[in-house]
Write a protein that binds this ligand. Structure first.
Ligand SMILES: NC(=O)c1ccc[n+]([C@@H]2O[C@H](COP(=O)([O-])OP(=O)(O)OC[C@H]3O[C@@H](n4cnc5c(N)ncnc54)[C@H](OP(=O)(O)O)[C@@H]3O)[C@@H](O)[C@H]2O)c1
Length: 309
């Protein structure tokens, strides 16, 4: 395993993160197995949200840590807030009181006094940055949150928040993987007239690199949350074939090749995997044993249907 300094602030964070969105679907024994398995691999960073399985993912995780006898100082816990009434009247809420009450509830479910990182889950069009600043300051002063970041936000949204938030925003969680590359496409096609040149996220990749914001790619194996795994998707059969070929050349699993492809980018990203299968997770960790060549990295990119200008 490799370890990163996130945003130059938070040290010793494993470069592979276990995302806990699907944890509430597991039995207590399966949760213990996945937590023990990740710890043995050196994974110490766990991603949550207050909305995953309506909070049950956080509760399952806390119970799993207790049963596996893994102490709080062996894990870095990140959670998110800002999505509201997901199952009844879905909307976003970055108001001061809602942020604070969400964190209080997460801390209770996670059976801990503090979060290592709090992220704002998705942009709130009605955001009042001063309120976010007040909420973060209050949580930080109380020792309830050590570091802060965002998810799915573009550079100007981050700048707007940062104007009123005293603490540096050190993480931006964004969807990224071989089957989801808009943040690469626009840079590669700069000044072209094709649709790949469309700037969908304000140059977020370069912005994050410039400002020491760690990108956490979410759902690296999914086309998106509704279309499922790209490995099984007919549109991505060429990509899967190419990944299998290159993986065989390097002597690793296809899953490891997906992670190796993300790690090869010099932005030092911190991919968030969602597998609850300890064997699969172990096979992904093979990614740290190899270094993809430029040519192979571009071959994989092109095989997903991305032309080079
Ligand atoms: N910020 C956001 O907006 C946002 C949105 C979505 C997710 N996230 C975060 O990202 C994390 C990861 O998301 P995800 O679960 O969609 O990630 P993923 O790693 O792309 O997908 C994992 C899922 O795919 C399944 N799978 C089946 N075959 C697989 C294979 N060959 N290789 C890998 N996975 C395979 C896994 O099943 P098995 O368990 O059987 O392996 C698991 O259910 C979440 O837990 C959450 O923390 C953030």
């Amino acid at each position: 395993m490799k370890y990163l300094n996130l945003g130059t602030q938070l040290s010793q964070a494993s470069q592979l993160v276990l995302g806990c969105m699907r944890m509430a679907d597991c039995s207590p024994e399966e949760v213990v197995a996945v937590l023990q398995g990740t710890q043995e691999l050196g994974i110490n960073f766990y991603d949550h949200s207050d909305v995953y399985a309506a909070g049950q993912a956080e509760s399952s995780f806390a119970r799993g840590l207790r049963e596996a006898k893994i102490s709080r100082d062996k894990v870095l816990i990140q959670s998110k807030c800002g999505l509201r009434d997901v199952y009844t009247n879905y909307h976003f809420d970055f108001s001061r009181d809602y942020i604070i009450s969400s964190v209080e509830a997460s801390l209770k479910r996670l059976e801990t006094d503090y979060l290592d990182v709090l992220l704002l889950h998705r942009p709130d069009a009605l955001v009042e940055p001063e309120e976010v600043g007040e909420a973060f300051e209050s949580l930080h002063q109380a020792g309830k949150v050590r570091y802060f970041g965002v998810s799915n936000q573009n550079p100007y949204q981050i700048e707007l928040l940062q104007k009123s938030v005293k603490q540096p925003l050190i993480i931006n969680q964004l969807q990224f993987g071989p089957a989801h590359t808009p943040m690469l496409d626009q840079g590669l096609n700069a000044n072209m007239l094709n649709s790949f040149a469309v700037n969908r996220d304000g140059g977020v990749l370069d912005y994050c690199r410039l400002h020491n914001i760690t990108i956490q790619p979410w759902s690296p194996f999914q086309v998106d949350l509704s279309q499922g795994l790209f490995i099984k998707h007919p549109k991505y059969s060429q990509l899967t074939k190419k990944l299998e070929e290159v993986a065989a050349d390097y002597g690793v699993s296809l899953e490891a090749m997906v992670i190796a492809w993300i790690l090869r980018h010099p932005a030092k990203m911190q991919p968030i995997i969602g597998s609850m299968n300890p064997k699969r997770i172990a096979s992904m960790a093979q990614a740290f044993e190899i270094q993809l060549s430029r040519a192979d990295w571009y071959q994989i990119y092109k095989s997903a249907g991305n032309p080079l200008p």
